[in-house]
Design a protein around this ligand. Structure first.
Ligand code: ZN
Length: 486
């Protein structure tokens, strides 16, 4: 009895000590003061907004059928390029413009020095708007209603393209020249993988031995209310992006009449394997950019969350179980998978001789396609099922450094533009053109300077995409400030 009492006593003291350490850890997270914003976002850029609206009328559309894209988009891309030269005359005269592979554009603003160039990406194509009759305003007219511009591409990705062009034109109009060169690189086919655009731009830069200090592309922006416990707006800078792998499962067993089925047939074997896979979840991991996101936002959180996120070494299991409850937060901490296609049979009374399924995996950093194939093979554990890669896999990206050249200047520009905004790292769960640029620099940052509300986000790749002049003015101000630092 005495022994049990003693154990409880020491256990109690232990827990108390641990709690004290966690509390001290929490209280030590002092909240740094925000710098005063210096970028003028009050004088709305009305002329620029009109140019933005004109850009929505260029219909460079990425369909899944690549052949149609190249043919249909060629002349539209040429018209779009010509419009840019006309609309940004100082940039057209001062910078070097190169057309890459017929439709992509590389604009180089020469710096005073010969150091590595900073490169800003955008893409000229958009996803289709096949449900155009259901939109509030036509998707390709660029209608401005009050302070809002409606249309496909207003937030993906003409927002980056136009804000970059406006900021470059304004910088040059003031007679300013960057210290080192600034390159604007606009791909023609990001929405269908970037093989015609970004991949060619990378090759061109490598062939010409153009050194790049860092790359800035789309991915995240200034997000409102998406980090639990954080009241401030949160500028998330994507340090990495997930990979994309699709596996094909095939079963072939002779079929026959459905009136005397064999208990083991193609569909039953495949269904059994799919159920094993669907019931499996890859482990959730709180590491890399996602861990950084919570650790770096912790000082600004309310006490409960601050306590939780300041002590991740101890609280990680709890945090992971909370994050796996939401589909988007779950996708940021584990490799996800879902069956997207199932095919078998063509007649109701014939047992199909072949059945197949496609499973799409989105992989977290450091989780390779080969590892996944091995894991799935051992999980299914059935020789009758062939498992192979369906088309090329895109591995998850390397993780860019969380400080130093590029990200330091990006953070400065965020604080100068967006009041009381916390800037933290993050992991992009979809794909961007960045995957085509990894040979140029290890410093790739996925952030566009637009404040996104949840309402805004639903329009991206969806219906009723829109942007406001206030969002646009802040973005131009951000780029102009950032260019001044380079
Ligand atoms: Zn995009």
């Amino acid at each position: 009895m005495q022994m049990v009492k003693r154990i409880f006593k020491y256990l109690g003291i232990g827990i108390l000590l641990l709690l004290t350490v966690m509390l001290v850890n929490t209280l030590l997270q002092s909240k740094p003061e925000f710098n005063k914003t210096t970028v003028n976002t009050q004088d709305l850029l009305k002329d620029g907004f009109l140019r933005y609206s004109e850009s929505i009328r260029f219909r460079v559309i990425g369909h899944d059928d690549a052949v149609t894209n190249i043919e249909q988009n060629k002349s539209e891309l040429q018209r779009f390029h010509a419009w840019m030269r006309k609309s940004y005359p100082i940039l057209a005269k001062t910078a070097r413009w190169e057309t890459i592979n017929g439709g992509s554009l590389l604009i180089t603003i020469k710096g005073k020095n010969t150091g590595p160039a900073a490169m800003f990406l955008g893409h000229l194509d958009v996803v289709p708007a096949d449900d155009s009759t259901l939109w509030k305003y036509p998707p390709f007219e660029g209608e401005i209603i009050g302070d809002t511009l409606w249309g496909r591409g207003t937030l993906d990705d003409k927002n980056a393209v136009i804000a970059l062009l406006e900021a470059a034109e304004r910088m040059l109009a003031k007679g300013q020249q960057p210290k080192n060169s600034i390159i604007l690189a606009f791909g023609q086919d990001e929405e269908t993988g970037g093989a015609e655009g970004a991949a060619h731009i990378q090759k061109h830069l490598l062939n010409n031995k153009i050194p790049i200090s860092f790359i800035a592309d789309e991915g995240f922006g200034v997000m409102k209310g998406i980090v639990p416990g954080l009241a401030n707006d949160c500028a998330i800078i994507g340090l990495a992006e997930k990979g994309n792998l699709t596996l094909k499962l095939t079963v072939e067993i002779p079929g026959g009449h459905s009136a005397w089925p064999h208990p083991e047939n193609t569909t039953s074997v495949l269904a059994n394997a799919l159920s094993k896979i669907e019931n499996y979840q890859f482990p959730a991991k709180l590491e890399g950019p996602v861990k950084g996101l919570f650790a770096e936002s912790a000082p600004y959180m309310n006490f409960g969350y601050k306590f939780l996120f300041s002590n991740l070494t101890i609280t990680a299991p709890l945090v992971k179980s909370v994050l796996t409850n939401g589909v988007k937060t779950a996708a940021s901490i584990r490799t996800t998978h879902v069956t997207t296609v199932i095919q078998a049979g063509s007649k109701e009374n014939v047992v199909p001789p072949a059945a197949q399924a496609l499973i799409n995996f989105r992989t977290v950093p450091n989780h390779s396609s080969e590892e996944i194939i091995e894991q799935i093979k051992s999980l299914v554990n059935d020789d009758r099922i062939q498992i192979s890669k369906f088309q090329g896999a895109i591995e998850s990206s390397p993780i860019s450094p969380s400080e130093g050249i590029g990200i330091n200047e990006i953070k400065k520009a965020i604080h100068a533009t967006f009041p009381k905004t916390v800037a933290v790292p993050g992991l992009v769960i979809t794909g961007t053109d960045c995957k085509n640029y990894t040979k140029l620099t290890p410093r790739i940052y996925r952030f566009v300077p637009y404040t996104f509300s949840n309402h805004n986000l639903s329009g991206i790749h969806g219906r009723n995409e829109y942007v406001t002049i206030q969002q646009f003015t802040a973005a131009v101000g951000y780029y102009e400030y950032l260019f001044g630092l380079l």
